[in-house]
Design a protein around this ligand. Structure first.
Ligand code: ZN
Length: 134
């Protein structure tokens, strides 16, 4: 597959407003978008740090992926997202190479991105997102 860059790092937080204030006041980054993604039961906030984005994720449902993650492991780094050229082919290739997929087909993510997740069991413990701007 062809990875072009680290698209963003996803960080699970309990309270999006508190976390936005911290990133703005301490790191001096500017939140440029807040978006709810109902399909993933999350509210997201985005920052740019140079070429790489930081995606803060707050759960909107206790049984959603971020709600479950925080209940089990607390706040912290949730996933690393790589930009790829040809997401469907990249997911197929990962599967062919024995990687366990969470999403066999691309799904709609924040910022109009198509995304697919690889299971941390197959990726040395890091939930890995592949994404592409359609
Ligand atoms: Zn993400």
């Amino acid at each position: 597959m062809k990875v072009t860059h680290v698209e963003h790092i996803g960080i699970a937080v309990r309270n999006l407003e508190d976390a936005i204030a911290w990133y703005e006041n301490v790191l001096g980054l500017k939140c440029y978008a807040v978006e709810e993604v109902p399909a993933q039961s999350v509210r997201t906030a985005f920052f740019k740090a140079g070429q790489t984005k930081i995606e803060l994720l707050e759960s909107t449902a206790p049984d959603g992926p971020i709600g479950k993650f925080i209940a089990k492991r607390g706040e912290g780094i949730h996933h690393v997202a790589y930009g790829v050229e040809g997401l469907e082919a990249a997911l197929d290739e990962a599967q062919t190479k024995g990687v366990e997929l969470i999403d066999a087909r691309p799904k709609k993510g924040a910022e109009g991105m198509e995304t697919g997740f690889l299971h941390p069991r197959s990726t040395f413990g890091v939930l890995t997102e592949l994404c592409e701007k359609p």
